[in-house]
Design a protein around this ligand. Structure first.
Ligand SMILES: Nc1ncnc2c1ncn2[C@@H]1O[C@H](COP(=O)(O)OP(=O)(O)O)[C@@H](O)[C@H]1O
Ligand SMILES: [Mg+2]
Length: 613
């Protein structure tokens, strides 16, 4: 839905707030407008001696009543209008955020966090201004000034009113030109703010790299440059207002001059009474604010509409990866079994058409373990991203549990796959909440059980607050291996038909790896597992091993058959054996992929998780 229509929708949703606010705005203004009239009456009464003491008392009481009305009126319109605009701000932010979360992962490759945050903060702030104070300004600029001018015509003198209004009419004309200038400058201001947010966000995310490379000075300089740009952009908007506001004051002053000069003349020649003169000048004073409001209203509306336009652009970004209702054939929460079938599948990245995967044919039977090996950049994570359906694929290419992945709901696909990402991500929450992240229905026992299986329970119980320990942003308070194992626990607690570990044992030592693999064997014996790894020791027990190379399956088989082939797998094996021997010379770091050392993978016996079924 477009934000423009959304804006209308929300303004209608909160129409009661607007009706309430505007009603009190009118009441306040009627009260204000009564003051010049009654001042005129008082003046005439005193000048021409038509007013007695009782009359003065009556007028005083009226003044008090008006003052009270204005006081209460002002409070009420503020509550009505400003509170409503805050509600719209809140709602728009919620809509925008949920739109962000629905957008494809590809969108986030091209749009930086700072930019997205700027939309959510600055642009929605401008919309809030427009729907709150903007309404008051519009009302003042047009309705209030209209009411005052009408009264001037009605109550005093047509000729005097017309002449007085000449300078003021210039304000409206200049406003039209100024609008364009403000718009252009505001767009520059929006961009500058987005870039500033970006620098801040990236600097904090990369704080360790910045410090390690001693780049603080450079980043501070970059930040200073950007704050200067932001400052300049703000000033350029401000300059327009700085000139426009006093200029309007000048024009209002000219009107006042005419009111005094020509009005005084009309009073002397007795075309109008002294009271009329006083009333008229009172009205002119009442016009000062609405005239100034025209300038501000132009500013607020120009910025607000530019912001709306940007929000509109975000809201209109198509969500390409989503459920195709007409194709859905299976509404179940999980797929039936964990089998995976890929046929003649080629994949190009949608953002740049670069080839990601080529001619993939792969069958993974339910309850078996597939291992994927390959150099970095060979397409292993890409394959996982496809299985998680972060991208759309052609129909009849990929089947999960016997059903075309394109005919399953995204929810079903993703619920069915417990996934440990390569760049494991923890949220700034407690250990417990990070493990129970997938669903909030897990019991403490289930969470602890998963942590034990991931071999991280013993670490956690040594943390200060154990499972309630806060892990810091992105888990900064934990070691790489602890983060990895907590990510594994988060996947294990789900008990999904398919488990994918994307290079998830890289930061743990071989002994821990062995324990985790043994645990996996116990709890995931009849479920499908995909293990991406670099170490042969991690994958040798798998039912099937594929070696990816440049997006293609270069080799496929079991540990033994691949060794016999003497291809890529064999090369890796030999190389790692060599590295293992070198490492073994230093007694502290025993790495032995052959499985005959202290920390090896099982002395030739099937101690790994995957061979026996
Ligand atoms: N969005 C993208 N657009 C273009 N190329 C990409 C994109 N994402 C990843 N790649 C490239 O695809 C290749 C495979 O990446 P990946 O699957 O992450 O490799 P790995 O086997 O190390 O997990 C790499 O060369 C990477 O640079
Ligand atoms: Mg990868």
């Amino acid at each position: 839905m477009k934000p423009k229509s959304l804006l209308v929708e929300y303004m209608l949703k909160y129409k009661l707030g607007y009706i309430f606010g505007i009603t009190f705005l009118v009441i306040t203004n009627l009260g204000q407008m009564y003051i010049p009239k009654i001042t005129g009456e008082l003046t005439d009464g005193l000048t021409y001696g038509t007013l007695d003491l009782a009359g003065v008392q009556r007028i005083t009481l009226i003044f008090i009543a008006i003052a009270c009305t204005i006081f209460i009126g002002r409070i009420c319109w503020r509550i009505g209008l400003i509170k409503t605009s805050r509600k719209i701000e809140r709602d728009l932010r919620e809509i925008l955020f949920s739109k962000y979360l629905r957008l494809d992962v590809t969108y986030f490759n091209a749009h930086k966090t700072g930019e997205l945050m700027a939309y959510a903060i600055n642009d929605i702030g401008a919309v809030k201004q427009m729907t709150g104070m903007g309404i008051v300004l519009l009302y003042d600029a047009f309705i209030l000034s209209g009411m005052v001018i009408y009264n001037m015509f009605q109550e005093v003198n047509i000729e005097l009113t017309l002449i007085t209004l000449i300078p003021m009419s210039l304000i409206a004309i200049t406003g039209i030109f100024v609008r364009k200038v403000i718009r252009t400058r505001f767009i520059v201001k929006q961009k500058a703010f987005a870039q500033l947010t970006d620098i801040v966000q990236e600097s904090f995310s990369g704080i360790k790299v910045i410090k390690a490379f001693v780049r603080e000075k450079y980043h501070i300089e970059e930040f200073e440059k950007q704050t200067q740009r932001n400052f300049d952009a703000n000033i350029s908007v401000f300059k327009v207002m700085a000139i426009m506001q006093p200029a309007m004051g000048l024009l209002v002053g000219a009107s006042m001059l005419i009111a005094i000069g020509y009005g005084g003349y009309l009073t002397i020649i007795e075309t109008i009474t002294v009271g009329d003169f006083v009333t008229f000048n009172g009205y002119i004073w009442l016009l000062v604010w609405p005239m100034a409001a025209i300038g501000q209203a132009i500013n607020v509306y120009t910025q607000g509409s530019a912001a709306i336009k940007r929000l509109e652009e975000v809201m209109e970004v198509p969500e390409i990866v989503q459920d195709h209702e007409e194709d859905i054939v299976d509404e179940s929460e999980l797929i039936e079994d964990g089998s995976i079938s890929i046929k003649d599948f080629t994949f190009n990245f949608p953002d740049n058409d670069k080839v990601g995967l080529k001619n993939i044919n792969l069958e993974v039977e339910d309850g078996t373990t597939l291992a994927i090996l390959g150099r970095t950049g060979s397409g292993k994570s890409t394959l996982v991203n496809i299985l998680l359906r972060f991208y759309n694929v052609d129909q009849d290419k990929i089947h999960l549990g016997g059903t075309d992945i394109m005919k399953l709901r995204l929810r079903t696909v993703r619920h069915s796959i417990a996934y440990v990402p390569q760049d494991n991500y923890l949220f700034s929450a407690s250990v417990k909440d990070n493990i129970g992240f997938g669903l909030n229905k897990f019991t403490t026992e289930q969470i602890e059980e998963a942590a034990k299986r991931a071999n991280v329970h013993n670490n956690i119980i040594n943390f200060q607050d154990q499972y309630d320990t806060m892990v810091g942003e992105k888990g900064t308070m934990l070691s790489g291996g602890q983060k990895q194992r907590i990510s594994i626990a988060r996947a294990l607690v789900l008990k999904a038909p398919i488990l994918i570990l994307d290079d998830s044992l890289s930061a743990v030592d071989t002994h821990t790896e062995e324990t985790i693999l043994a645990n996996l064997k116990a709890i995931r014996a009849n479920k499908t597992n995909i293990i991406i790894a670099h170490r042969i020791s991690t994958v040798r027990q798998a039912d099937k091993i594929i070696v990816l190379d440049k997006g293609q399956i270069a080799e496929e088989g079991t540990h033994e058959s691949l060794l016999a082939k003497q291809g890529l797998y064999y090369e890796m094996y030999e190389q790692q054996k060599l590295e293992g021997r070198k490492a073994n010379k230093k007694p502290k770091f025993k790495v032995n992929i052959d499985g005959d050392g202290e920390y090896g993978l099982g002395s030739g016996v099937e101690r790994g998780p995957y061979r026996e079924k």
